[in-house]
Design a protein around this ligand. Structure first.
Ligand code: BEZ
Length: 213
């Protein structure tokens, strides 16, 4: 199995889930996707992560993104655990959790790192665009819960930079100034693309207001 890299097509699969059988590419449709693995059901960090992701479900929907979780536990375990997540995290998990008992998805996406654990999936995140291309990959260890606000922030950056000739600077958040792509040098093009103007700090570092606001 080759390592997955940015720009690769996200492997398709069919797998059981808490909501029944899922054909991954069909499930994604024309949406963005966030596929994230967790080590095991009924564990504390995972419970907080999956609960918070459910709390953010409106934010993912606003960005046209579907979320889907995966672990190597079974469907009934997921269904029982979701009740606990909802109860303890005061939320309502509506997104599917893949029941990857045969490790089909974990293997396709290289989510088991044998030197960390031979059985449990690490905390991986794959952000997939509407063309089914992998656009972002994160890998965290079991003991470190992820920051799902960061995943929303990265989605905002991906969607903005896909549509405008800009990049987003360190710690950028929705609404803040962005960086003009260094490849754009023609003054006429700069004027047309950035009618709000820009500040040139260095020839390679030009700051402009977020263009879609
Ligand atoms: C947790 O989710 O709390 C967890 C899972 C596996 C190992 C360590 C922590």
């Amino acid at each position: 199995m080759a390592t997955l890299r940015l720009g690769d097509t996200a492997p398709d699969f069919e797998q059981e889930s808490s909501l029944g059988k899922i054909k991954f590419h069909e499930f994604l449709g024309d949406s963005w996707g966030v596929l994230f693995s967790h080590p095991a059901d009924f564990t504390p960090v995972c419970t907080t992560e999956l609960g918070y992701t459910a709390i953010l479900s409106g934010e993912f929907a606003k960005r046209g993104a579907k979320v889907i979780a995966v672990s190597v536990d079974g469907k009934q375990s997921h269904i029982d655990w979701i009740k606990d997540i909802n109860d303890t995290q005061k939320t309502d998990v509506q997104y599917p959790i893949l029941a990857d008992e045969d490790r089909k998805v974990a293997t396709l996406y290289d989510m088991i790192h044998p030197n960390a654990s031979t059985t449990a999936t690490v905390r991986s995140v794959f952000v997939i665009d509407p063309n089914k291309k992998i656009r972002l990959i994160l890998t965290y260890p079991a003991s470190t819960g992820r920051n799902f606000d960061e995943i929303l922030r990265a989605l905002d950056s991906l969607q903005l930079t896909d549509n405008y000739s800009v990049a987003t600077p360190v710690n950028w958040k929705q609404g803040e100034d962005v960086i003009i792509a260094p490849s754009i040098k023609d003054p006429a093009v700069l004027k047309e693309k950035f009618p709000k103007g820009y500040t040139e700090i260095r020839p390679y570092l030009r700051i402009t207001p977020q263009p879609d606001l």
